[in-house]
Design a protein around this ligand. Structure first.
Ligand code: UD1
Length: 369
């Protein structure tokens, strides 16, 4: 049986891997490697439990740190595992430091690399995610794209071989889990929310958290919106709110409720029942679209441009005035085209099936060197 190693490490990757791994198991020996980029109960363990992801064979326990240190430490450990396990293929997801570390370790050992969610671009090299995406795409052997825009982006960079449009895996997973979330999540009752009467907010992008003025603008907007806002706070953001001494901004609003990071099922329920969502997350822009909830994206650009073009997503940047303005001009378009496909996990596995047949095993690949 051929062997596949999937590298995961951050919250959205646990979600993405849950379904692909389920489809790979049985056909292949899939080994999960968790880098430990996210490590708390709320940021990691709860996702494995809810989405029934098997315990990773390896957990590198890398934890937090500067990007170079974090990525470097991951590469060193992943390389050791790849040499020991001799996989036929390595899979990476998205654009995190764990993605880049897995990609570099695999590419240097000449192990074929599959990038799921390839070709996303913001055009901003000051985003760590953009650097991770570009580098990964240029060394991947198989590039599986969520949208036609991603295919075009790759073409502009000269990448045309082994590129496939499969659709977006997050949409597939949402579809698989929404009923379970409805059954198991108590969050709406627990925090006494009225359906369609509150905003849901998330902020965690480095461009919005590490930048003092951007975070101030966003929190100021939250504190001035005269409507209930539920704000599950990412640990990175919590750290910056404290270090910039911004607690005084948020404490002004009687409407704003901060919570710890929440589980996937709770997040789906909070999104589904929100009046609108305020976010800088990539995944949440798509989930909002799939759930037909208007989204306000507190960034100047988005990789998921179709959500904006369809009228369901509004870009405001980190401008307090524009954010508040967008919350009073909410708009639900009449049309809701299918942007992200269907049966995406099956398509991914079919393409991998086709490719893996012609792959040589690890020893044959490394003997060449
Ligand atoms: C990462 C990804 C981003 C992705 C996001 C999802 C990169 C460059 N960025 O950013 O693309 O959208 O994950 O959440 O990889 N922390 C905890 N507990 C945890 C995990 C993190 O307290 O379980 C804290 C750490 O102290 C650290 C920060 O949160 O300060 C995490 O930073 P980082 O590893 O860069 O990840 P994210 O900011 O989450």
């Amino acid at each position: 049986m051929k062997k596949i190693i999937s590298i995961i490490g951050a919250r959205p990757q646990f979600v993405k891997a849950s379904l692909v791994s389920k489809k790979l198991r049985g056909k292949y020996r899939e080994i999960l490697v968790h880098t430990g980029q996210h490590y708390d109960l709320n940021m990691s363990d709860i996702f494995f439990k809810q989405l029934k992801i098997p315990k990773p064979k390896y957990n590198l326990g890398v934890g937090s740190g500067m990007a170079g240190w974090q990525t470097g430490k991951m590469i060193i450990e992943i390389e050791k595992i790849l040499i020991k396990e001799r996989p036929n293929l390595v899979i990476v997801y998205g654009d995190t430091n764990s993605t880049l570390a897995g990609s570099l370790a695999a590419a240097k050992l000449h192990i074929p690399l599959v990038h799921i969610e390839a070709g996303m671009r913001s055009g901003r090299l000051d985003m760590p995610e953009e650097v991770n995406r570009i580098l990964t795409d240029h060394i991947a052997s198989l590039l599986l794209c969520s949208t036609p825009t991603a295919i075009k982006n790759l073409k502009k960079e000269g990448i045309v071989k082994n590129v496939y449009l499969v659709g977006d895996i997050m949409a597939d997973i949402l579809c698989e889990n929404i009923k379970l979330a409805q059954k198991h999540s108590q969050i709406i009752k627990k925090i006494k929310l009225e359906k369609g009467q509150y905003f849901l907010a998330t902020v965690h992008r480095a461009e919005n958290t590490d930048n003092k003025n951007n975070l101030k603008q966003i929190l100021t907007a939250f504190s001035k919106i005269p409507n209930k806002i539920i704000f599950p706070v990412h640990p990175r953001t919590r750290g910056y709110i404290k270090s910039y001494d911004f607690e005084n901004i948020i404490s002004k609003s009687p409407y704003l409720t901060l919570t710890e990071p929440i589980s996937y099922f709770d997040m789906l329920m909070l999104q589904k029942n929100a009046l609108a969502i305020l976010t800088d997350s990539g995944g949440i822009q798509k989930e909002a679209y799939e759930l037909m909830v208007p989204c306000i994206t507190m960034r100047d650009e988005t990789e998921w441009i179709e959500t904006v073009n369809s009228g369901w997503n509004k870009l405001t940047g980190a401008s307090s005035r524009k954010i508040i303005d967008a919350t009073v001009k909410l708009h639900k378009p009449a049309k809701h085209p299918n942007l992200y496909g269907k049966n995406v996990a099956d398509k991914i596995v079919n393409i991998i099936d086709g490719k893996i047949k012609i792959l040589k095993d690890f020893d044959a690949q490394t003997k060449k060197n």
